[in-house]
Ligand binder design. Sequence first.
Ligand code: F0G
Length: 463
Amino acid sequence: MPSSTTSEKGSQPSQATFRFRCIGCGGMTGSAAQDFRCSECGNLLEITDASWNSHNPIALKSLWRERRTLNAALDLSGVWRFRELLPVPESGEYVVTLREGNTPLYELPQSSRATGISRLYAKHQGINPTGSFKDAGMTVAATFARQAGYRWVACASTGNTSASMAAYAARGGMRSLVLVPEGKISWSKLSQALDYGALTCQLRTDFDGCLRLLQELVRRAPVYQLNSINPFRLEGQKTLALELLEQLDWQPPDHIIVPGGNLGNSSAIGKALLEMLEIGLIPRLPKLSVIQAEGANALVRTLREASGKRLVSVEAETRATAIRIGNPASWEKAVKVLQATGGACEQVSELEIAEAKAAIGAEGIGCEPASAVTLAGLKKLLHQGFVKAEETVVLVLTGNLLKDPDFTMAFHRGDLFRGTAQEQESLKLNSFRHPPVVIDATLDAVIKTLEQAEKSDATDSNA
Ligand code: F0G
Protein backbone atom coordinates (compact mmCIF):
# COMPACT_ATOMS: atom_id res chain seq x y z
CA MET A 1 0.00 0.00 0.00
CA PRO A 2 1.28 3.49 -0.75
CA SER A 3 1.97 5.45 2.42
CA SER A 4 0.80 8.98 3.20
CA THR A 5 4.28 10.22 2.49
CA THR A 6 6.08 9.12 -0.61
CA SER A 7 9.51 7.74 -1.15
CA GLU A 8 9.10 5.68 -4.30
CA LYS A 9 12.18 6.25 -6.39
CA GLY A 10 10.19 6.20 -9.64
CA SER A 11 8.02 9.12 -8.54
CA GLN A 12 10.75 11.52 -7.44
CA PRO A 13 9.84 15.05 -8.54
CA SER A 14 12.50 16.94 -10.45
CA GLN A 15 14.53 19.89 -9.14
CA ALA A 16 12.48 22.97 -8.18
CA THR A 17 12.45 25.79 -10.72
CA PHE A 18 9.65 28.00 -9.43
CA ARG A 19 9.91 31.62 -8.31
CA PHE A 20 7.77 34.03 -6.29
CA ARG A 21 6.24 36.98 -8.16
CA CYS A 22 4.64 40.01 -6.53
CA ILE A 23 1.09 40.57 -7.81
CA GLY A 24 1.58 44.34 -7.33
CA CYS A 25 4.99 45.38 -8.70
CA GLY A 26 5.80 42.14 -10.54
CA GLY A 27 9.13 41.77 -8.69
CA MET A 28 10.54 38.22 -8.72
CA THR A 29 12.40 36.46 -5.90
CA GLY A 30 13.65 32.96 -5.22
CA SER A 31 12.47 32.91 -1.61
CA ALA A 32 9.58 34.37 0.37
CA ALA A 33 9.43 35.98 3.81
CA GLN A 34 7.21 34.49 6.51
CA ASP A 35 4.31 36.81 5.68
CA PHE A 36 4.46 35.91 1.96
CA ARG A 37 4.51 39.60 1.01
CA CYS A 38 6.77 41.48 -1.39
CA SER A 39 9.72 43.08 0.39
CA GLU A 40 9.50 46.06 -2.02
CA CYS A 41 5.80 46.98 -2.13
CA GLY A 42 4.15 44.76 0.51
CA ASN A 43 1.68 43.12 -1.86
CA LEU A 44 0.99 39.36 -1.93
CA LEU A 45 3.24 36.90 -3.73
CA GLU A 46 2.23 34.22 -6.19
CA ILE A 47 4.22 31.31 -7.56
CA THR A 48 5.29 31.06 -11.16
CA ASP A 49 7.54 28.74 -13.11
CA ALA A 50 8.89 29.33 -16.60
CA SER A 51 8.99 25.57 -17.20
CA TRP A 52 5.17 25.35 -17.07
CA ASN A 53 4.94 26.96 -20.49
CA SER A 54 7.36 24.54 -22.08
CA HIS A 55 4.96 21.58 -21.88
CA ASN A 56 3.14 20.17 -24.85
CA PRO A 57 -0.58 20.33 -23.95
CA ILE A 58 -1.49 17.12 -25.76
CA ALA A 59 1.30 15.19 -24.03
CA LEU A 60 0.26 16.63 -20.65
CA LYS A 61 -3.34 15.55 -21.09
CA SER A 62 -2.40 11.97 -21.89
CA LEU A 63 0.23 11.82 -19.11
CA TRP A 64 -2.32 12.99 -16.53
CA ARG A 65 -4.93 10.54 -17.79
CA GLU A 66 -2.45 7.65 -17.72
CA ARG A 67 -1.50 8.41 -14.12
CA ARG A 68 -5.06 7.63 -13.07
CA THR A 69 -4.25 3.98 -13.66
CA LEU A 70 -1.07 3.99 -11.53
CA ASN A 71 -0.65 3.20 -7.85
CA ALA A 72 2.27 5.37 -6.72
CA ALA A 73 1.21 7.77 -3.95
CA LEU A 74 1.92 10.86 -6.07
CA ASP A 75 -0.26 9.53 -8.88
CA LEU A 76 -3.11 8.52 -6.58
CA SER A 77 -3.34 12.11 -5.39
CA GLY A 78 -5.69 14.21 -7.52
CA VAL A 79 -3.35 17.13 -6.82
CA TRP A 80 0.14 15.71 -7.42
CA ARG A 81 -1.12 13.93 -10.52
CA PHE A 82 -0.90 17.40 -12.11
CA ARG A 83 2.61 18.10 -10.77
CA GLU A 84 3.94 19.47 -14.08
CA LEU A 85 2.02 22.67 -13.24
CA LEU A 86 2.87 22.74 -9.52
CA PRO A 87 5.90 23.75 -7.51
CA VAL A 88 7.66 20.48 -6.72
CA PRO A 89 9.68 19.79 -3.57
CA GLU A 90 13.34 18.80 -3.67
CA SER A 91 12.46 15.20 -2.94
CA GLY A 92 9.29 13.10 -3.10
CA GLU A 93 9.97 12.12 0.51
CA TYR A 94 8.66 15.49 1.69
CA VAL A 95 5.24 15.05 0.09
CA VAL A 96 2.36 14.81 2.57
CA THR A 97 -0.71 13.40 0.87
CA LEU A 98 -4.03 11.91 1.93
CA ARG A 99 -5.09 11.15 -1.68
CA GLU A 100 -6.87 14.46 -1.93
CA GLY A 101 -8.63 15.65 -5.07
CA ASN A 102 -10.20 13.15 -7.48
CA THR A 103 -13.54 14.72 -6.58
CA PRO A 104 -16.72 14.00 -8.53
CA LEU A 105 -18.42 16.23 -11.07
CA TYR A 106 -22.14 15.68 -10.61
CA GLU A 107 -25.06 16.63 -12.81
CA LEU A 108 -27.84 18.47 -10.95
CA PRO A 109 -31.03 17.29 -12.69
CA GLN A 110 -33.52 18.88 -10.30
CA SER A 111 -31.79 22.25 -10.24
CA SER A 112 -31.43 22.01 -14.02
CA ARG A 113 -35.19 21.70 -14.35
CA ALA A 114 -35.80 24.47 -11.82
CA THR A 115 -33.42 26.94 -13.49
CA GLY A 116 -33.85 25.88 -17.11
CA ILE A 117 -30.08 25.37 -17.49
CA SER A 118 -29.71 21.98 -19.12
CA ARG A 119 -25.95 21.62 -18.56
CA LEU A 120 -25.56 22.34 -14.85
CA TYR A 121 -22.87 20.58 -12.84
CA ALA A 122 -21.48 20.58 -9.31
CA LYS A 123 -17.77 19.99 -8.73
CA HIS A 124 -17.95 18.61 -5.20
CA GLN A 125 -14.82 19.51 -3.27
CA GLY A 126 -16.55 18.33 -0.09
CA ILE A 127 -15.61 14.80 -1.18
CA ASN A 128 -12.02 15.34 -0.02
CA PRO A 129 -10.28 13.57 2.89
CA THR A 130 -11.27 16.19 5.50
CA GLY A 131 -14.47 17.21 3.72
CA SER A 132 -13.48 20.47 2.06
CA PHE A 133 -11.58 22.00 -0.86
CA LYS A 134 -8.81 23.02 1.55
CA ASP A 135 -7.11 19.62 1.25
CA ALA A 136 -6.03 20.28 -2.35
CA GLY A 137 -4.00 23.28 -1.22
CA MET A 138 -2.92 21.84 2.08
CA THR A 139 -1.07 18.88 0.58
CA VAL A 140 1.22 21.28 -1.30
CA ALA A 141 1.72 23.81 1.50
CA ALA A 142 2.26 21.13 4.17
CA THR A 143 4.82 19.51 1.89
CA PHE A 144 6.84 22.73 1.66
CA ALA A 145 6.51 23.32 5.42
CA ARG A 146 7.98 19.87 5.93
CA GLN A 147 10.76 20.46 3.44
CA ALA A 148 11.64 23.72 5.25
CA GLY A 149 11.91 21.73 8.50
CA TYR A 150 9.18 23.51 10.47
CA ARG A 151 8.03 21.89 13.69
CA TRP A 152 4.91 24.09 13.93
CA VAL A 153 2.36 25.11 11.30
CA ALA A 154 -0.44 27.56 12.08
CA CYS A 155 -3.59 29.09 10.65
CA ALA A 156 -6.51 31.37 11.42
CA SER A 157 -9.71 29.73 10.29
CA THR A 158 -13.47 29.67 10.04
CA GLY A 159 -13.11 25.92 10.50
CA ASN A 160 -12.25 24.11 7.30
CA THR A 161 -8.66 25.32 6.93
CA SER A 162 -7.97 24.32 10.52
CA ALA A 163 -9.44 20.84 10.05
CA SER A 164 -7.41 20.32 6.91
CA MET A 165 -4.19 21.79 8.28
CA ALA A 166 -4.42 19.69 11.44
CA ALA A 167 -4.84 16.51 9.38
CA TYR A 168 -1.93 17.21 7.04
CA ALA A 169 0.32 18.34 9.89
CA ALA A 170 -0.43 15.09 11.72
CA ARG A 171 0.36 13.02 8.61
CA GLY A 172 3.54 14.99 8.02
CA GLY A 173 4.80 14.70 11.60
CA MET A 174 4.34 18.40 12.43
CA ARG A 175 2.51 20.16 15.26
CA SER A 176 -0.36 22.48 14.38
CA LEU A 177 -1.67 25.66 16.00
CA VAL A 178 -5.24 26.68 15.22
CA LEU A 179 -6.72 30.14 15.86
CA VAL A 180 -10.50 30.20 15.48
CA PRO A 181 -13.20 32.72 16.44
CA GLU A 182 -14.89 31.55 19.62
CA GLY A 183 -18.49 30.41 19.10
CA LYS A 184 -18.43 31.15 15.37
CA ILE A 185 -17.33 27.89 13.82
CA SER A 186 -19.24 24.65 13.58
CA TRP A 187 -18.56 21.93 16.15
CA SER A 188 -18.05 19.49 13.38
CA LYS A 189 -15.02 21.39 12.03
CA LEU A 190 -13.67 22.18 15.48
CA SER A 191 -13.88 18.52 16.48
CA GLN A 192 -11.81 17.52 13.46
CA ALA A 193 -8.94 19.78 14.55
CA LEU A 194 -9.10 18.29 18.06
CA ASP A 195 -9.02 14.72 16.79
CA TYR A 196 -6.08 15.43 14.47
CA GLY A 197 -4.16 16.70 17.47
CA ALA A 198 -4.06 20.47 16.89
CA LEU A 199 -3.37 22.96 19.65
CA THR A 200 -6.69 24.75 19.28
CA CYS A 201 -7.22 28.30 20.54
CA GLN A 202 -10.73 29.74 20.47
CA LEU A 203 -10.13 33.49 20.41
CA ARG A 204 -12.67 36.05 21.57
CA THR A 205 -12.73 37.80 18.19
CA ASP A 206 -13.84 37.13 14.62
CA PHE A 207 -11.92 35.45 11.76
CA ASP A 208 -10.36 38.76 10.72
CA GLY A 209 -9.07 39.25 14.28
CA CYS A 210 -7.59 35.74 14.27
CA LEU A 211 -5.82 36.37 10.96
CA ARG A 212 -4.40 39.69 12.18
CA LEU A 213 -2.98 37.98 15.23
CA LEU A 214 -1.47 35.20 13.16
CA GLN A 215 0.34 37.78 10.99
CA GLU A 216 1.97 39.17 14.13
CA LEU A 217 2.73 35.72 15.47
CA VAL A 218 4.66 34.54 12.40
CA ARG A 219 7.01 37.52 12.81
CA ARG A 220 7.79 36.53 16.39
CA ALA A 221 7.67 32.73 16.50
CA PRO A 222 9.07 30.01 14.22
CA VAL A 223 5.68 28.87 12.93
CA TYR A 224 4.81 28.43 9.29
CA GLN A 225 1.49 29.94 8.26
CA LEU A 226 -0.85 27.82 6.21
CA ASN A 227 -3.57 30.36 5.44
CA SER A 228 -4.31 30.99 1.77
CA ILE A 229 -1.91 33.96 1.89
CA ASN A 230 0.59 31.12 1.58
CA PRO A 231 0.96 30.84 -2.22
CA PHE A 232 1.71 27.10 -2.07
CA ARG A 233 -1.89 26.61 -0.91
CA LEU A 234 -3.22 28.31 -4.02
CA GLU A 235 -1.02 26.20 -6.27
CA GLY A 236 -2.63 23.04 -4.90
CA GLN A 237 -6.09 24.55 -5.20
CA LYS A 238 -5.42 25.22 -8.90
CA THR A 239 -5.86 21.49 -9.51
CA LEU A 240 -9.61 21.83 -8.91
CA ALA A 241 -9.78 23.60 -12.27
CA LEU A 242 -7.37 21.19 -14.00
CA GLU A 243 -9.36 18.18 -12.84
CA LEU A 244 -12.65 19.84 -13.76
CA LEU A 245 -11.50 20.55 -17.31
CA GLU A 246 -10.20 17.01 -17.62
CA GLN A 247 -13.64 15.73 -16.54
CA LEU A 248 -15.21 17.92 -19.24
CA ASP A 249 -12.79 16.51 -21.86
CA TRP A 250 -11.07 19.90 -21.94
CA GLN A 251 -14.18 21.66 -23.27
CA PRO A 252 -14.41 24.80 -21.12
CA PRO A 253 -17.78 25.49 -19.49
CA ASP A 254 -19.20 28.99 -20.00
CA HIS A 255 -19.34 29.73 -16.28
CA ILE A 256 -17.65 28.54 -13.10
CA ILE A 257 -19.29 29.85 -9.93
CA VAL A 258 -17.48 29.78 -6.61
CA PRO A 259 -18.16 31.06 -3.06
CA GLY A 260 -15.98 33.94 -1.86
CA GLY A 261 -14.63 34.35 1.68
CA ASN A 262 -10.95 35.14 2.11
CA LEU A 263 -10.82 34.88 -1.72
CA GLY A 264 -7.96 32.40 -2.00
CA ASN A 265 -9.97 29.78 -3.87
CA SER A 266 -11.32 32.11 -6.56
CA SER A 267 -7.78 33.44 -7.03
CA ALA A 268 -6.42 29.90 -7.38
CA ILE A 269 -9.07 28.77 -9.86
CA GLY A 270 -8.60 31.95 -11.91
CA LYS A 271 -4.81 31.47 -11.94
CA ALA A 272 -5.27 27.91 -13.18
CA LEU A 273 -7.63 29.01 -15.97
CA LEU A 274 -5.23 31.69 -17.18
CA GLU A 275 -2.30 29.27 -17.11
CA MET A 276 -4.30 26.60 -18.95
CA LEU A 277 -5.16 29.09 -21.68
CA GLU A 278 -1.55 30.21 -21.98
CA ILE A 279 -0.24 26.65 -22.23
CA GLY A 280 -2.92 25.71 -24.77
CA LEU A 281 -4.76 23.19 -22.59
CA ILE A 282 -8.03 25.05 -23.26
CA PRO A 283 -9.07 27.16 -26.25
CA ARG A 284 -10.95 29.85 -24.29
CA LEU A 285 -11.60 31.08 -20.75
CA PRO A 286 -14.76 30.31 -18.79
CA LYS A 287 -16.17 33.26 -16.84
CA LEU A 288 -15.32 32.85 -13.16
CA SER A 289 -17.95 34.40 -10.86
CA VAL A 290 -17.71 34.87 -7.11
CA ILE A 291 -20.73 34.80 -4.78
CA GLN A 292 -20.73 36.13 -1.23
CA ALA A 293 -23.25 36.22 1.60
CA GLU A 294 -24.97 39.63 1.88
CA GLY A 295 -23.64 39.96 5.41
CA ALA A 296 -20.02 39.28 4.35
CA ASN A 297 -19.89 41.11 1.04
CA ALA A 298 -16.50 42.84 1.06
CA LEU A 299 -15.66 41.93 -2.55
CA VAL A 300 -19.10 42.94 -3.84
CA ARG A 301 -18.68 46.35 -2.20
CA THR A 302 -15.04 46.66 -3.25
CA LEU A 303 -16.09 46.28 -6.89
CA ARG A 304 -19.26 48.40 -6.67
CA GLU A 305 -18.03 51.22 -4.46
CA ALA A 306 -14.32 51.36 -5.27
CA SER A 307 -14.17 49.82 -8.77
CA GLY A 308 -11.88 47.14 -7.34
CA LYS A 309 -9.15 49.69 -6.52
CA ARG A 310 -9.21 49.54 -2.71
CA LEU A 311 -10.69 47.07 -0.26
CA VAL A 312 -14.02 48.00 1.32
CA SER A 313 -13.99 45.92 4.53
CA VAL A 314 -17.19 44.99 6.31
CA GLU A 315 -18.25 43.78 9.76
CA ALA A 316 -19.13 40.24 8.68
CA GLU A 317 -22.25 38.38 9.80
CA THR A 318 -23.78 35.28 8.21
CA ARG A 319 -24.97 31.82 9.24
CA ALA A 320 -22.71 30.49 6.47
CA THR A 321 -19.87 30.69 9.01
CA ALA A 322 -17.19 29.42 6.60
CA ILE A 323 -17.40 32.72 4.70
CA ARG A 324 -18.01 35.01 7.67
CA ILE A 325 -15.05 37.19 6.65
CA GLY A 326 -15.00 40.97 6.37
CA ASN A 327 -11.44 41.73 5.38
CA PRO A 328 -10.44 39.20 2.70
CA ALA A 329 -6.69 38.82 2.36
CA SER A 330 -6.61 37.88 -1.34
CA TRP A 331 -9.03 40.53 -2.59
CA GLU A 332 -6.58 41.95 -5.14
CA LYS A 333 -5.86 38.55 -6.63
CA ALA A 334 -9.62 37.91 -6.87
CA VAL A 335 -10.31 41.27 -8.54
CA LYS A 336 -7.64 40.48 -11.14
CA VAL A 337 -9.07 37.07 -12.05
CA LEU A 338 -12.64 38.37 -12.14
CA GLN A 339 -11.56 41.07 -14.55
CA ALA A 340 -9.41 38.70 -16.64
CA THR A 341 -12.17 36.12 -17.06
CA GLY A 342 -15.07 38.60 -17.30
CA GLY A 343 -16.88 37.02 -14.34
CA ALA A 344 -19.45 38.63 -12.05
CA CYS A 345 -19.57 39.18 -8.30
CA GLU A 346 -22.92 38.88 -6.52
CA GLN A 347 -24.35 38.58 -3.05
CA VAL A 348 -27.17 36.40 -1.74
CA SER A 349 -29.39 36.59 1.34
CA GLU A 350 -29.54 34.14 4.24
CA LEU A 351 -32.90 32.92 2.97
CA GLU A 352 -31.53 32.33 -0.51
CA ILE A 353 -28.60 30.39 0.96
CA ALA A 354 -30.91 28.17 3.04
CA GLU A 355 -33.15 27.47 0.04
CA ALA A 356 -30.21 26.65 -2.23
CA LYS A 357 -28.65 24.37 0.38
CA ALA A 358 -31.92 22.46 0.71
CA ALA A 359 -32.18 22.18 -3.08
CA ILE A 360 -28.65 20.73 -3.32
CA GLY A 361 -29.50 18.33 -0.49
CA ALA A 362 -32.62 17.25 -2.39
CA GLU A 363 -30.35 16.19 -5.27
CA GLY A 364 -28.88 13.55 -2.94
CA ILE A 365 -25.60 15.45 -2.81
CA GLY A 366 -25.71 18.08 -0.07
CA CYS A 367 -23.15 20.68 0.92
CA GLU A 368 -22.43 23.12 3.70
CA PRO A 369 -24.14 26.54 3.72
CA ALA A 370 -21.16 28.47 2.27
CA SER A 371 -21.14 26.20 -0.80
CA ALA A 372 -24.84 26.77 -1.42
CA VAL A 373 -24.25 30.45 -2.23
CA THR A 374 -23.21 29.20 -5.69
CA LEU A 375 -26.68 27.92 -6.64
CA ALA A 376 -28.35 30.94 -5.04
CA GLY A 377 -25.97 33.23 -6.96
CA LEU A 378 -26.57 31.37 -10.21
CA LYS A 379 -30.30 32.09 -9.93
CA LYS A 380 -29.53 35.79 -9.58
CA LEU A 381 -27.07 35.83 -12.49
CA LEU A 382 -29.61 33.99 -14.62
CA HIS A 383 -32.29 36.48 -13.70
CA GLN A 384 -29.94 39.35 -14.60
CA GLY A 385 -29.24 37.75 -17.99
CA PHE A 386 -25.53 37.34 -17.22
CA VAL A 387 -25.90 33.55 -17.43
CA LYS A 388 -28.04 32.14 -20.26
CA ALA A 389 -30.08 28.92 -20.09
CA GLU A 390 -28.23 27.34 -23.02
CA GLU A 391 -24.81 27.82 -21.37
CA THR A 392 -22.78 25.25 -19.42
CA VAL A 393 -22.41 26.11 -15.74
CA VAL A 394 -20.28 24.51 -13.02
CA LEU A 395 -20.93 25.26 -9.34
CA VAL A 396 -17.99 24.65 -7.02
CA LEU A 397 -19.29 23.03 -3.84
CA THR A 398 -16.56 23.70 -1.32
CA GLY A 399 -17.63 21.76 1.76
CA ASN A 400 -19.42 18.57 2.76
CA LEU A 401 -22.99 18.51 4.12
CA LEU A 402 -21.68 16.97 7.37
CA LYS A 403 -19.56 20.05 8.09
CA ASP A 404 -22.43 22.00 9.64
CA PRO A 405 -25.14 19.71 11.04
CA ASP A 406 -26.45 22.44 13.38
CA PHE A 407 -27.48 24.58 10.40
CA THR A 408 -29.15 21.61 8.70
CA MET A 409 -31.04 20.54 11.83
CA ALA A 410 -32.19 24.09 12.59
CA PHE A 411 -33.43 24.43 9.02
CA HIS A 412 -35.44 21.20 8.98
CA ARG A 413 -36.86 21.78 12.44
CA GLY A 414 -37.99 25.25 11.34
CA ASP A 415 -35.72 27.03 13.85
CA LEU A 416 -33.20 28.64 11.50
CA PHE A 417 -35.04 31.94 11.08
CA ARG A 418 -37.06 31.87 14.32
CA GLY A 419 -37.00 35.29 15.96
CA THR A 420 -35.35 36.95 12.96
CA ALA A 421 -36.72 39.54 10.54
CA GLN A 422 -37.01 36.77 7.90
CA GLU A 423 -39.19 34.49 10.03
CA GLN A 424 -42.38 35.15 8.08
CA GLU A 425 -40.72 35.01 4.69
CA SER A 426 -38.94 31.78 5.59
CA LEU A 427 -42.28 29.94 5.65
CA LYS A 428 -42.06 29.72 1.87
CA LEU A 429 -39.20 27.24 2.35
CA ASN A 430 -41.48 24.81 4.23
CA SER A 431 -41.75 22.46 1.25
CA PHE A 432 -37.98 21.83 1.53
CA ARG A 433 -38.17 20.95 5.23
CA HIS A 434 -38.12 17.33 6.37
CA PRO A 435 -38.21 17.42 10.17
CA PRO A 436 -37.85 14.12 12.05
CA VAL A 437 -41.05 12.80 13.62
CA VAL A 438 -41.19 11.19 17.04
CA ILE A 439 -43.76 8.38 17.17
CA ASP A 440 -44.60 5.28 19.20
CA ALA A 441 -42.56 2.19 18.38
CA THR A 442 -45.50 0.37 16.78
CA LEU A 443 -46.17 -0.87 13.27
CA ASP A 444 -49.45 1.05 13.20
CA ALA A 445 -47.72 4.31 14.00
CA VAL A 446 -45.10 3.81 11.26
CA ILE A 447 -47.72 2.86 8.65
CA LYS A 448 -49.87 5.86 9.57
CA THR A 449 -46.84 8.15 9.20
CA LEU A 450 -46.02 6.59 5.84
CA GLU A 451 -49.60 7.14 4.63
CA GLN A 452 -49.54 10.74 5.75
CA ALA A 453 -46.26 11.31 3.86
CA GLU A 454 -47.75 9.70 0.76
CA LYS A 455 -50.80 11.99 1.01
CA SER A 456 -48.74 15.14 1.40
CA ASP A 457 -46.45 14.11 -1.51
CA ALA A 458 -49.57 13.77 -3.69
CA THR A 459 -50.80 17.21 -2.56
CA ASP A 460 -47.37 18.72 -3.34
CA SER A 461 -47.22 17.21 -6.83
CA ASN A 462 -50.75 18.49 -7.61
CA ALA A 463 -49.95 21.94 -6.30
N1 F0G B 1 -16.47 27.56 1.27
C1 F0G B 1 -16.04 26.96 2.39
C2 F0G B 1 -16.71 25.72 2.82
C3 F0G B 1 -14.97 27.52 3.13
O1 F0G B 1 -14.55 26.92 4.22
C4 F0G B 1 -14.38 28.72 2.69
C5 F0G B 1 -13.29 29.34 3.43
C6 F0G B 1 -14.87 29.28 1.50
C7 F0G B 1 -15.90 28.69 0.83
C8 F0G B 1 -14.29 30.53 0.95
O2 F0G B 1 -13.07 30.26 0.33
O3 F0G B 1 -11.69 31.85 1.64
O4 F0G B 1 -10.83 30.80 -0.44
O5 F0G B 1 -12.64 32.52 -0.55
N2 F0G B 1 -12.87 28.95 4.54
C9 F0G B 1 -11.67 29.42 5.23
C10 F0G B 1 -11.39 28.61 6.46
C11 F0G B 1 -11.58 30.86 5.40
O6 F0G B 1 -10.73 29.10 7.38
O7 F0G B 1 -11.79 27.46 6.50
P1 F0G B 1 -11.97 31.43 0.23
